[in-house]
Design a protein around this ligand. Structure first.
Ligand SMILES: C[S@@+](CC[C@H](N)C(=O)[O-])C[C@H]1O[C@@H](n2cnc3c(N)ncnc32)[C@H](O)[C@@H]1O
Length: 317
């Protein structure tokens, strides 16, 4: 398939609730599926960020269809505050993040994300910096094992790391196919039918792109950018991402424990911005969507609404 089918699009629009005159950020432009739907849903403006230069280049035709309403910025969503400030934008009515990689990226063997097709072991969404091959061929066995365990929740991390180190002593591991076959030499497919290379590939991708650090930076900045009534909507695809989003939103909405009275932070009596959860838990894709789009199966959507700005009384969102 060429192109990217937007995941949980109906639920994203309901949670974001775009309104005429609003200014929204799509922090993960990808194939532009969310951005296009937001532009169609209301007479609003969308700023869109993607770290992948190919996504930004593809977006030019969508921007031409919505003159003056879609603005594309290449960069990382973890830098959204600075990217938007440079463009003169300091407040938003909504932010949406659709985490992970797009079908354009995963389906292109040359980008090196997929263990299904052979290609260079790359995985860099932004096409710069350290590649997956750099990590696989230079990290020590212990560091490799820790990486696979921390970012892939791979229980066989030590055995896989040992096999990688043995394989690379014969010749550097330069392709997705060779890495996948080294991992498959260690682990058999389990009863779920999931490819044994899945978790290790996820781990490398997360580390190459510092995906968890990006999410943490983005959530904090999005909360600072939201106007009262504004929404932050995040679609996550695995538990490491979703855990960060759940904790952040729970804390922002006052569900997580507050600092004790003896904590120096509680001396600052000024109220910060206040937030509420749009839905109490995560939304999941419908059975029909999960059946039609395998990529949607693991999706979890969480949304936060800004109720009032710092120092203001709460307003109804
Ligand atoms: C799942 S796709 C988004 C698909 C999009 N919602 C659509 O409907 O077409 C994720 C996109 O986010 C981009 N991305 C991932 N992490 C990023 C980051 N930290 N900063 C900017 N873009 C990022 C990827 O390059 C990819 O194009």
């Amino acid at each position: 398939m060429s192109g990217h089918v937007p995941v949980m699009l109906r639920e994203v629009l309901q949670s974001l609730a775009p309104a005429d005159g609003g200014i929204y950020l799509d922090g993960t432009f990808g194939g532009g599926g969310y951005a296009e739907a937001i532009l169609q849903a209301a007479e609003c403006t969308v700023w869109a960020i993607d770290r992948d230069p190919d996504a930004i280049a593809r977006g030019a035709s969508l921007a031409a269809r919505f003159p003056g309403r879609l603005h594309l910025l290449q960069g990382q969503f973890g830098d959204m505050l600075g990217l938007l400030a440079d463009a003169g934008v300091t407040a938003l009515d909504g932010v949406v993040l659709d985490l992970g990689v797009s079908s354009f990226q995963i389906d292109d063997p040359a980008r090196g994300f997929s263990f299904r097709a052979d290609g260079p072991l790359d995985m860099r969404m932004g096409k710069h910096g350290i590649s997956a091959a750099d990590l696989v061929n230079t990290l020590g066995e212990r560091e490799l094992a820790d990486l696979l365990f921390a970012f892939g929740e791979e229980r066989a991390s030590r055995r896989i790391a040992r096999a990688i180190v043995a394989a690379r002593s014969e010749a550097p591991i330069a392709t997705t196919g060779r890495l996948a076959s080294v991992i498959r030499g260690v682990l058999r497919p389990d009863r779920s039918g999931i490819d044994p290379a899945t978790r290790s590939f996820q781990a490398l991708r997360i580390r190459v792109n510092d995906e968890l650090g990006e999410i943490e930076r983005a959530l904090a900045q999005a909360a600072r950018l939201l106007r009262p009534g504004g929404r932050l909507v995040v679609v996550a695809f695995h538990s490491l991402e979703d855990r960060i989003v759940k904790r952040f939103m729970g804390h922002a909405a006052g569900r997580a424990p507050l600092p004790s009275r003896h904590d120096p932070r509680s001396l600052d009596a000024r109220p910060g911005p206040s937030f509420r959860l749009v839905t109490p838990g995560a939304l999941r894709p419908s059975d029909a969507e999960a059946a039609a789009n395998p990529r949607a199966r693991s999706a979890r959507l969480r949304a936060l609404a800004c109720v009032s700005a710092p120092g203001e009384q709460s307003i109804a969102p």
